[in-house]
Write a protein that binds this ligand. Structure first.
Ligand SMILES: NC(=O)c1ccc[n+]([C@@H]2O[C@H](COP(=O)([O-])OP(=O)(O)OC[C@H]3O[C@@H](n4cnc5c(N)ncnc54)[C@H](OP(=O)(O)O)[C@@H]3O)[C@@H](O)[C@H]2O)c1
Length: 265
């Protein structure tokens, strides 16, 4: 885990809607997470970028600070309980108690069941489900402390339309992992809502990111390319826009579940 000095260098112009808030975004080294970090920073939040590729998030945090935003990079793997505990300590010390957590880190490995790609199944369940649970659990104490202090507090879980709708065959385990994320979100809403934490489950459709490039299966790469030919994929910024909207509503306004997908999908 690495952090850099000079976190509090904010001088620049965001709209300020999220001024004073401390936002932790997992999976912030690319795609939706990176776009969300930029957007929340532009709105005035202090953003903490979390991912395994430390050099990538450090570079992004540096660029954000150079643009006058307040940003910190903390390298961590969401499947490591120890790593997450250390991340919570570093973040609380350097950025203050978080009041906004975007559980966005995720992986996707398509493949028909008969191929029995057990390692990839485990990886998806580990990162997408257990990783999200571990991350939320690790940050719960500071999030609850922020809520008790009267601050607005949000947990945003990035699920997928894959969890609730018919999605392509060959995605059984990914679909299951995202169904679990949405189920967890519903339960957390009941558990944390009364304690002052607003929980939102966002279910994106096709977004133009590197997610589909993780698979080594040629057939899957081709079918993903086909999806991009059939639909005008959303841009990561368009998801970031929705996340920024949700977390800037008055505290009593909840949007428990949002589907954000290309019109044709
Ligand atoms: N793109 C789509 O069409 C789409 C649609 C619906 C839902 N989603 C969901 O959106 C989320 C973001 O994905 P994306 O599309 O933006 O893909 P992406 O560009 O591949 O981003 C995935 C992010 O997750 C991080 N990550 C993966 N494993 C991690 C781990 N063990 N610990 C910490 N971070 C980890 C990666 O960072 P490192 O590799 O640096 O750790 C990366 O920053 C995922 O949950 C995905 O399931 C995407």
């Amino acid at each position: 885990m690495q952090t850099q000095p000079g976190l509090r260098s904010r001088t620049g112009a965001g709209t300020g809607d999220l001024g004073g808030r401390v936002a932790v975004i997992t999976g912030a080294s690319g795609g939706i997470g990176a776009a969300t970090a930029c957007r929340l920073a532009a709105e005035g939040a202090t953003v903490v970028l979390v991912a395994r590729r430390g050099e990538v998030i450090e570079e992004s945090a540096r660029a954000l600070r150079g643009a006058g935003r307040s940003a910190l990079a903390v390298t961590a793997d969401v499947t490591s309980a120890d790593g997450l505990a250390r991340a919570v300590d570093v973040i609380t010390e350097q950025a203050g108690a978080p009041d906004l957590l975007v559980n966005n880190a995720g992986v996707m490995y398509p493949g028909p069941l008969h191929e029995m790609r057990l390692d990839e199944w485990r990886r998806m369940l580990d990162v997408n489900v257990l990783g999200l649970l571990q991350t939320t659990g690790a940050f719960l104490r500071p999030l609850l402390a922020s809520a008790r202090a009267g601050r607005q507090v949000d947990v945003v879980n990035v699920s997928s339309i894959a969890g609730t709708r018919d999605f392509s065959p060959e995605y059984a385990v990914y679909n299951a992992s995202k169904a679990a994320v949405s189920a967890v979100s519903r339960s957390l809403r009941g558990e944390l809502g009364p304690q002052g934490i607003r929980v939102t489950d966002i279910q994106p459709g096709l977004v133009s990111t590197g997610l589909g490039e993780q698979t080594t299966r040629t057939e899957s790469r081709e079918s993903i390319a086909g999806l991009f030919e059939r639909h005008q994929a959303l841009e990561p910024d368009e998801l970031a826009d929705v996340i920024a909207y949700v977390v800037s509503r008055p505290p009593h306004v909840g949007m428990p579940q949002l589907v954000v997908a290309p019109v044709t999908q």
